[in-house]
Design a protein around this ligand. Sequence first.
Ligand SMILES: [Cu+2]
Length: 155
Amino acid sequence: MLSTTTTSHAYGIGVITVIVGLAVGIGYYQMFYIPEQNAKPSVDEHVLHPVKTTEIDMIIGSADPDQQDNFVPKLVNIQLGIDNHVIWNNNDDVAHTVTPDHRAEDSYSGEFGSSGVVMPGETYEFIFTEPHEISYHCSPHPWMTGQLIITKQRF
Ligand SMILES: [Cu+2]
């Protein structure tokens, strides 16, 4: 009689353990796994960590409308998985912005463009994960313009 009670008691604990385990598992799935899946599209590791960066300089004197060069290089061809991590360096002594002519959004990295000004000596960077064609400018100095053409790897 005593041994029967012990066995059924142990069985009860086993059932409760399984139920609690399932509840924790489902809870984890709903709270963490699903939101993470929905939050960001899965992007190839080579695209998230390309072998090279693309550097664009805002050269000294860019705020002068008579100066021809400002964003250097002006037109950049970028390949996903190669050099799609783009860094703008403000080498000028004036604050500039990186502002798209038309709203541009990357489904992984979000909205393209510096949120405020890029101060002298500072940088703005963005990782493109999808093909885009983007024309951009500097908000306070609209004669400063540049263009990015982002394409899939060609080979
Ligand atoms: Cu500027």
